[in-house]
Design a protein around this ligand. Structure first.
Ligand code: GDP
Ligand code: MG
Length: 198
């Protein structure tokens, strides 16, 4: 990229690239600096970015994760009375990384220790997506499971017992239809309770 060739001091390039204080261009989202973090994770096409847009307002920044060409979006969102940095992470199927996107998301979870990690899944494909939830529970990641695209699951006649799933997994489980703005208030409440109780 053109601006990477500008005369930036070597120590700044190294610190922003290695320590993750911004991208290789030294950009930091000033609006969210110092805020506790909430990350949205999950496979591609499950509605993470739609949820991200609902949860965040202005001041969204999209930048390359340090040392990579993988983009991460960050924005400020209010949950209850508190403001958080909301992070829209690259698509991930498993914590046992294979793709660069998955490595970035795993690295981000390890380095940035979000207060809550919202695992967004397609309610139609719950079975295929639950292994990542289990991996995160095993890894002590503070995970909340969100069954999105519930409208399509229901029209296929799928019935999912959220309370039972919640009891089995031992984590908050809820459903949303992000595209129609449904379930968002409950999502915010559950995130707020979860972070508060941590
Ligand atoms: N029917 C339906 N479509 C949705 C819902 N949420 C998101 N989508 C659609 O799913 C597609 C992928 O969404 P996106 O947020 O880009 O997924 P991401 O790859 O996880 O970030 C888009 O076309 C959305 O409009 C939902 O609750 N119901
Ligand atoms: Mg997306």
């Amino acid at each position: 990229m053109e601006c990477c060739n500008t005369k930036q001091p070597w120590y700044k390039k190294i610190s922003t690239t290695l320590l993750g204080t911004g991208n290789c261009h030294g950009e930091v989202n000033q609006a969210t600096q110092g805020l506790e973090k909430i990350a949205l994770v999950g496979s591609p096409n499950v509605g993470k970015s739609v949820l991200f847009n609902i949860l965040t307002g202005a001041y969204v920044t999209v930048s390359n994760y340090p040392g990579t060409t993988v983009e991460v979006s960050r924005g400020k969102g209010k949950i209850g009375t508190k403001e958080y940095e909301i992070i829209d992470t690259p698509g991930m199927y498993s914590l046992l990384c294979i793709t660069e996107e998955e490595k970035v998301t795993r690295d981000l979870l390890l380095r940035e220790s979000p207060k809550a990690v919202v695992h967004v899944v397609d309610a139609k494909n719950l079975q295929r997506m639950l292994p990542l939830t289990l991996q995160m529970i095993e890894g002590d990641v503070p995970v909340i499971l969100v069954l999105n695209i519930m409208d399509e699951a229901e029209s296929l006649g799928l019935k999912i017992d959220l309370k039972k799933l919640e009891a089995e997994l031992g984590i908050p489980v809820l459903s949303t239809v992000a595209a129609l703005n449904k379930g968002i208030e409950v999502l915010k409440e559950r995130i707020g309770e979860y972070v508060y109780a941590a």
